[in-house]
Design a protein around this ligand. Structure first.
Ligand code: NDP
Ligand code: MG
Length: 339
């Protein structure tokens, strides 16, 4: 596996390009701002008129236009709208307007790997996929660091696709951390698995089940919140800094013994079998088909599940407790008025 850094890339490639960033959400605002701060002077943001982020992008000083207009003349178009909108936006607004021999880029391989977008033959197709939330891509960059990112080349009619991807990755800060070369299949399948089984799905389910167990046993919801949610960040910081062993080193011997002997009763052989089933659904395209039809039907499942999750007691308790800890909000990564 090859890993690249700033020294391996030619930043001037992207600095000399006209870049259009489509979408100004989690990833979009981070890419646009990091590119600009890295000396990419010709940036446009493509959005839908009337949408919530138009004013945010303008307030940040970007030239904003409807997607079909913003991609005209662009050398590279980075597509950063939600995955479920990309097929239509590409077909109706990008493909008819992007110049011959231009490049399109993605931060996740979903639409290319599952064949929802079949790019025009003359276009370079690349991926620059930060391995972190967009708000962290921005905050880490402003602190002088970067979020490790994957790059991949889907198609290379221009013969320079990898150099372009490397250059772009450095401009968003990834070359300060690590740029790892992969392919669309590997990125898409591992990314979906990680977010479903461990990072988002697994972690949220674990925290919620722990909270419910304590509350159902009669303990105060505030205690349960601190124990099962708030403290998780403190523990994860040790994973991040020095791996699992670093965490075992810092906790008490009591916590270490209890954790080592009980953890595998929580994540059991059954859990791992289920993880394998989840991976198989991703690999076979079954998850992708399910997500596409969910969106064609107007996203009923995700809307209902969002509501249920917002109404959960852990969220109400959390809101109250966080209001008493103003330092958490002082430097918050997500500010819905701006990004
Ligand atoms: P967001 O949900 O944050 O994107 C929202 C942005 O897309 C808004 O600016 C929104 O504008 C715009 N948008 C939505 N629909 C349209 C449309 N029809 N036409 C024009 N603009 C539109 O997306 P993410 O940043 O979460 O994801 C972007 C890509 O990055 C995805 O491919 C995702 O998989 C990938 N990715 C995301 C990560 C993350 O941290 N979230 C991590 C790594 C990769 P409006 O205000 O008008 O709604
Ligand atoms: Mg992901």
């Amino acid at each position: 596996m090859r890993v690249y850094y700033d020294k391996d890339a030619d930043l001037s490639i992207i600095q000399n390009m006209q870049v259009t960033v489509v979408g100004y959400g989690s990833q979009g605002h981070a890419h646009a701002n990091n590119l600009r701060d890295s000396g990419v002077s010709n940036i446009r943001v493509g959005l839908r008129p009337g949408g919530g982020s138009w004013a945010k992008a303008e307030a940040a000083g970007f030239q904003v236009a409807p997607v079909a207009e913003a991609v005209v003349g662009a050398d590279l178009v980075m597509i950063l709208t939600p995955d479920e909108h990309q097929q239509r936006i590409y077909a109706e607004e990008i493909a008819p307007n992007i110049k011959d021999g231009g490049a399109i880029a993605f931060a996740h391989g979903f639409n290319i790997h599952f064949g929802l977008i079949e790019p025009r033959e003359d276009l370079d197709v690349v991926m620059i996929a930060p391995k972190g939330p967009g708000h962290t891509v921005r905050s880490t960059y402003t602190e002088g660091g970067g979020v490790p990112s994957l790059i991949a080349v889907g198609r290379d009619p221009g013969g320079q696709a990898k150099e372009i991807a490397l250059s772009y990755a450095c401009a968003i800060g990834a070359g300060r951390a690590a740029i790892i070369e992969t392919n669309f299949r590997e990125e898409t399948e591992t990314d979906l698995f990680g977010e479903q089984a461990v990072l988002c799905g697994g972690a949220a389910a674990l925290v919620t089940a722990g909270f419910e167990t304590l509350v159902e046993a009669g303990y105060a919801p505030e205690m349960a919140y601190f124990e099962c949610l708030h403290e998780l960040k403190l523990i994860v910081d040790f994973f991040y800094e020095g791996g699992v062993g670093n965490m075992w080193y810092t906790v008490s011997n009591t916590a270490e013994y209890g954790g080592l002997t009980r953890g595998s009763r929580i994540v059991t052989d059954d859990t791992k079998r289920e993880m394998k089933r989840i991976l198989t659904e991703i690999q076979s395209g079954r998850f992708a088909r399910e997500f596409v039809s969910e969106n064609q039907a107007g996203a009923p499942t995700i809307k209902a599940m969002r509501r249920m999750s917002q109404d959960h007691e852990i969220e109400r308790v959390g809101e109250r407790l966080r209001a008493m800890m103003p330092w958490i909000q002082a430097n918050k990564l997500v500010d819905r008025a701006k990004n």
